[in-house]
Ligand binder design. Structure first.
Ligand code: GLC
Length: 429
């Protein structure tokens, strides 16, 4: 009899640790309003009034294959779509809610189309699911409407079960909205207990044993999700920054002059790579589900750079050489990024200082320096104060956006420890 070996924790999380780039998509009836996915609540919609909005939601322009092809082209390894946001509208065929794209105007199961397309494209399949549903009175006042609270929690359990049962293999579950019930979450309330999260997640893992689950249901699960900021987990957990191209909103806004450009996206990606995390980059499609060209343009432009620098991007790990933070061993111009080989570290030039690029407090003999992308060798010298100086560089870099140097050391390098003020003054200053 063949014995089936159980996957180790390390193996289960490996694809996620290596993925580095995922596409986040916020799309639903709120996209029609063009004022952010929170419009239901912020603009004070009544349930009936919002249902009217949803009647206009057709999804006529939604083509999951096109979306996935774009994500692959941009170097993304996974994709996460809002199966249901806080407004309660399901993009899937939920049997326990009347408010779905199958029963409503589109008469389509977008999650079916999406999960099939993502698998065809070779992307890991992620589902975003908001626990809270603002159509329940209990979502606004727990104490006054205990029955409504119980029904809302039960709906979450039933719908998560549907998503985990009816759509094949799901690689990632991205919970949200556990805390946005009532106007203020009361101190005494335990989020995990409120949503019966332990039971919920045990059910999910029973149905999808390999799945990766985020930390937004009240229990930590597999990874942490800094939102709109870049912050490596202090506990060393896997982490993913979710950032939106559009400022403030996650869903479609017709125009915004402050959208992230390709350079801004890549700047974020480098910072995240230096901390060994993932970037879940969000775009808001147009109300009909077609892509938002402005945002897609930046994603694809960033993707070209990602392709050229793939060697550094995927498998990026935290490097000990960044130990001293923003003004650390690499001065103010670069970031060190580690790899699976402890001798190989990448130095991403965020600024270009002309013909020489300095990095300091680097302990370890360098064996070679090349430019990732072109493979060109770079001349260098090493001198006191742990200086590694890349030399004979062009006045201006040839790589658009950011040049990445691959630095191979003879032994795994270390960052020289920071001097105390006394030591510094006593040295031959
Ligand atoms: C927040 C918001 C939500 C958005 C999400 C993305 O929790 O409530 O609108 O979907 O973050 O990270």
């Amino acid at each position: 009899m063949r014995r089936i070996r159980k996957m180790t924790e390390q193996e289960r999380m490996q694809w996620f640790r290596d993925a580095k780039l995922g596409l986040f998509i916020h799309w639903g009836p709120y996209s029609l309003l063009g004022r952010c996915e929170w419009a239901f609540r912020l603009d004070g919609y009544k349930v009936k009034e919002y249902e009217k909005v949803a009647e206009g939601f057709t999804g006529d322009g939604f083509d999951a294959d096109q979306w996935c092809a774009m994500a692959v082209k941009a170097g993304m390894k996974y994709i996460v779509l809002t199966a249901r946001h806080h407004d309660g509208y399901c993009l899937f065929d939920s049997k326990v809610s009347p408010f779905t794209s199958v029963k409503g105007t589109p008469k389509r199961d977008f999650i079916r189309e999406y999960t099939d397309a993502a698998r065809r494209a070779g992307l890991k399949v992620g589902l975003y699911y908001s626990l809270v549903d603002w159509r329940y009175k209990g979502a606004w006042d727990h104490d006054r409407y205990p029955e409504s609270v119980a029904a809302m929690v039960q709906q979450a359990h039933d719908q998560v079960r549907e998503l985990m049962t009816d759509y094949g293999r799901i690689d990632l579950l991205w919970y949200d909205g556990a805390q946005v019930t009532t106007w203020e979450w009361k101190e005494h309330e335990d989020i995990a207990e409120f949503w019966r999260a332990r039971e919920l997640n045990a059910m999910v893992r029973g149905l999808q044993p390999h799945i990766v689950i985020n930390n937004r249901s009240g229990t930590v699960e597999d990874y942490v999700t800094p939102e709109r900021k870049i912050e490596a987990s202090k506990e060393g957990l896997p982490w993913e920054s979710c950032l939106s191209i559009c400022p403030l909103s996650w869903s479609y806004v017709p125009d915004s002059p402050n959208r992230k450009t390709a350079a801004a996206i890549l700047r974020d990606l480098i910072e995240i790579a230096a901390g060994g995390g993932n970037l879940l980059l969000n775009t808001g499609p147009k109300p009909d589900g077609s892509m938002n060209e402005t945002e897609i343009g930046s994603i694809l432009e960033a993707g070209d750079w990602v392709k050229r620098n793939a060697e550094m991007v995927y498998h990026a790990r935290r490097s000990p050489l960044n130990e001293f933070g923003p003004h650390g061993p690499n001065g103010c111009l670069g970031r060190w990024i580690g790899s699976d080989d402890p001798r190989v570290h990448y130095l991403a030039a965020i600024g270009w200082s002309g013909r020489e690029f300095w990095s300091v407090r680097i302990e370890g003999k360098v064996e070679s320096v090349t430019i990732v992308g072109s493979g060109e060798s770079v001349a260098y010298r090493q001198e006191g104060f742990g200086r590694l100086i890349l030399q004979d560089l062009p006045d201006m870099p040839s790589e658009p956006h950011f040049t990445v140097f691959k630095v191979t050391f003879a032994e795994p390098p270390k960052a020289q420890r920071e001097y105390s003020r006394a030591e510094w003054i006593e040295s031959d200053l």
